[in-house]
Design a protein around this ligand. Structure first.
Ligand code: P6P
Length: 324
């Protein structure tokens, strides 16, 4: 395996696996890695200075940096961002490419002020053949069509976790050389877990299957599961998903009745879909409770969905409760 190689070399070696690859995608990924993730990290690192001189929130600054880093290289035809109401077409002065990118520039940004890990999430799909000026409709395809998904995690170390459909690999930023080095090859989620993550303050709003599952976990060894469980809630999806990739777990942001107009809190295009591709590529399951998230055809770039993802056997148990 590639141990010790940089993400740049890893991506190029991955491209060799795909005879039909033209190198465009490889160049896009390398641009994204070299500029997007590091810029996102430096945005977070300079919080002090930036907050002093600007009136913009860090997630908007990160959004602007991410767009500026990726709009010029000729690999993208348009982008969709949590921070942009509509899609962002590549400006006329730049060549247009054959990919579309959806991203959440700084997920979990409410944690910035309390110095808890945050991240950037991105999803790449192909722009339909022959389309020079994609519309919102061209983004609204099922998550199974993604060709790449990944996240940057700005924590005790800065990491990049990536899948192009051939497993999941994690890279750690070596600040001494400014390179992301392969440190977590072939990340795989354990099929079983005794650790669940959910915002329990919403308990009274959950649907019955989620109520049942969490209640059984809370009853521990004396209850029907016959084992004790641990609970985590970081309020930063990137951090939760990374923990699950490393040691297993189940993460739930289910549909709740707190705001009946919302199908869930997390957005399908730039949170649920990319994380679902990563989780499934690592041997996990990602579901709404009623359907596989990546099979949903989105109806809007900011559509929200319920998310239940992680260790296969636990997610399938919760899905079973929804079917009962
Ligand atoms: P709550 C962050 O705002 C986010 O989108 C996810 O990263 C995180 O899992 C969730 O919302 C936290 O939501 O309601 O617990 O603040």
């Amino acid at each position: 395996m590639h141990n010790g190689v940089s993400v740049t070399q890893f991506i190029i070696e991955e491209q060799r696996r795909l005879p039909e690859a033209t190198g465009d995608f490889t160049s896009l990924l390398n641009d994204l890695v070299e500029k997007g993730a590091i810029n996102g990290m430096s945005g977070a690192a300079e919080t002090e200075n930036i907050q002093g001189e600007t009136q913009k929130k860090l997630d908007i600054i990160t959004n602007d940096v991410f767009i500026a880093s990726n709009e010029w290289a000729g690999h993208l035809a348009a982008m969709a961002s949590e921070e942009e109401d509509d899609i962002y077409p590549i400006p006329a002065q730049y060549p247009k490419g054959k990919y579309l990118m959806s991203f959440d520039p700084l997920d979990g940004s409410s944690n910035i002020d309390v110095n808890i890990s945050v991240g950037t999430i991105f999803s790449i799909t192909k722009c339909p053949e022959g389309i020079e000026n994609p519309t919102k409709e061209d983004f609204l395809i099922p998550g199974t069509e993604q060709i790449c998904a990944g996240y940057a995690l700005y924590g005790p170390s800065t990491m990049l976790v990536l899948t192009t459909g051939n497993g999941v690999n994690g890279f750690t930023l070596d600040r001494n050389i400014g390179e992301f080095i392969l440190t977590h090859p072939n990340m795989t989620i354990p099929e079983d877990t005794r650790e669940f993550a959910i915002n329990s303050s919403n308990q009274r709003f959950w649907e019955a299957p989620v109520q049942k599952y969490v209640e059984e976990c809370m009853q521990g060894a004396e209850g029907p599961r016959g084992e004790n469980f641990n609970m985590r809630w970081v309020a930063s999806m990137v951090a939760e998903v990374h923990r699950i990739l490393v040691r297993g777990g189940i993460f739930m942001y289910p549909k709740d009745t707190k705001d009946p107009s919302k199908a869930g809190k997390l957005r399908i295009m730039y949170e649920a879909n990319p994380m679902s591709m990563i989780v499934e590529q690592a041997g996990g399951v990602s579901h709404t409770g009623y359907e596989r998230i990546m099979e949903i055809k989105p109806n809007d770039i900011h559509q929200r969905v319920p998310v239940i993802l992680g260790s296969k056997n636990e997610v399938e148990r919760v899905v079973g409760y929804h079917n009962d």
